[in-house]
Design a protein around this ligand. Structure first.
Ligand code: GLU
Length: 447
């Protein structure tokens, strides 16, 4: 790692030793921007750039009391990390999941800053959420929680300030409850949230956008190798909104998805997950059930309890679930099984050591901050539509989404190539994203 980057990382480790997930993401980023820092170190050091970049602009922590179905008062913690607004309003999702804490949200906000920069659109980086876990909660409990969460969050967001959206555990239903309360509290109908339903301000294709964008990015990678998706076997993890979009687009382009997974294990479907099985994925998610065993029973396919799908022979692996779901042993399995492309649809699903391992192999690997940016790009299209009181049609959104993904791909490719790391998308994504944010921070006087 570059010397300046290592110094800043060491100071961060001393200051926040318990924020391990956040520290991992900074370490990974610093590792892969080192080829650029090696020639620009003095310049960035003279602006204390890295020190400023790893410090969120603001973190907000709040109490979220809510009432369960038995009439008992419950309490969770809520957060919003407003990481960096150099390029535009803070933008990034809300995650409702038991594993959420400040370290996870700082990692996600940091990643989001670079991801949003790569889109070329005017959006900064932020992330928020709660350790509230939707599993097993009734619709009324979800509503009670969302309303209470927004009572506090509404003080900090707005269409030009900070624009939250969905993430794990937050989909169209939750955005609806959150928006209803925001509108009431602020007496303003505006684009302070994205991921809204199309009938009241949402963008066509927003639910599909992350998954579609991942597959558009994969397509660009495959073009470099002169291959196409038709006939390719694909392993997918997760079964939520992102996995659903990936499965739909892979099917459309002639590939075959043979796995999906939940915290209980994975299912293997030799015939491929298509037709009514695809829609059933969303049905499971909306019933707050995160077990895929039910899917296996309903469609009579194989279920592997407590296992992850990375042991399955396939051409392409697309992790769509959560951070650190792929470790070194999984990467070794992928190599053994002949996997040629690994594309991150989730945020940082490969552990930091899995990333170090995969870049040593012949697998073409794309990090989430590049490949899964289609969701947030479409959110930005939603902000444009809201600000101009217009509605784009589906073809326009899809065309613009494709353009953004191609733009990200070419930036990653060119940036890596210019540094002598052609084909290394981690170097490409990190250096291209870093450069846009860093140089803009300097333009603005590191304010
Ligand atoms: N949560 C998504 C992400 O990780 C989308 C964020 C957004 O649309 O603002 O990029």
């Amino acid at each position: 790692m570059n010397k300046y980057a290592a110094e800043v990382l060491n100071r961060l480790v001393t200051a926040h030793p318990w924020e391990t997930v956040f520290l991992d993401s900074v370490k990974e980023c610093f590792e892969f921007i080192s080829p650029l820092l090696d020639t620009t170190e003095d310049y960035y050091r003279s602006h204390a750039l890295l020190e400023n970049m790893v410090e969120p602009d603001r973190t907000i922590t709040f109490r979220v009391p809510w009432i369960d179905d038995r009439g008992n008062i419950q309490v969770n913690t809520g957060w919003r990390v407003e990481f960096n607004n150099t390029l535009g309003p803070y933008k990034g999702g809300l995650r409702f999941h038991a594993s959420t804490d400040l370290s996870v949200l700082k990692f996600l906000g940091f990643e989001q800053t670079f991801k949003n920069a790569l889109t070329g659109l005017p959006i900064g980086g932020g992330k928020g959420g709660s350790n509230f876990h939707p599993r097993g909660k009734s619709d009324r409990e979800i509503k009670s929680f969302c309303r209470s969460f927004m009572i506090e969050l509404s003080k900090h967001i707005g269409p030009n300030v900070d624009v939250p959206a969905g993430d794990i555990g937050v989909g169209g239903r939750e955005i609806g409850y959150l928006f209803g309360m925001y509108k009431k509290l602020r007496n303003s109908f505006d684009g302070a949230l994205t991921g809204k339903a199309v009938s009241w301000g949402g963008s066509p294709l927003r639910p599909e956008a992350t998954g579609y964008g991942v597959v558009y990015f994969l397509n660009e990678m495959m073009k470099i190798k002169n291959v196409g998706l038709a006939g390719k076997k694909v392993a997918v993890s997760g079964f939520g909104n992102v996995a659903w979009g990936v499965v739909k687009k892979v099917n459309e382009l002639g590939g075959k998805v043979v796995t999906i997974s939940g915290p209980d294990g994975y299912i293997y479907d030799e015939a491929g997950i298509s037709g009514e099985k695809v829609e059933y994925m969303l049905k499971m998610r909306n019933s707050n059930n995160d077990r895929v065993e039910d899917f296996a029973k309903k469609f009579k396919v194989k279920f592997f309890a407590e296992k992850r799908p990375w042991e399955v022979p396939c051409d392409i692996a697309i992790p769509c679930a959560i951070q650190n779901e792929v470790d070194v042993a999984d990467v070794k399995n992928m190599v053994k099984n002949g996997v040629q492309f690994v594309v991150e649809a989730a945020n940082q699903p490969l552990s930091i050591s899995a990333v170090s391992e995969i870049v040593k192999t012949n697998i073409m690997y794309a990090p989430g901050k590049a490949a899964n940016a289609g969701g947030v790009a479409c959110s930005c299209f939603e902000m444009s539509q809201n600000a101009s009181f217009t509605r784009w049609d589906e073809e326009t959104v899809d065309r613009e989404l494709k353009k953004v993904m191609q733009h990200i791909h070419s930036q990653c490719h060119e940036s890596a190539k210019s540094l002598g790391h052609e084909g290394n998308y981690v170097v490409g994504a990190n250096t291209a994203g870093f450069r846009r944010v860093a140089d803009s921070m300097i333009d603005q006087g590191i304010a």
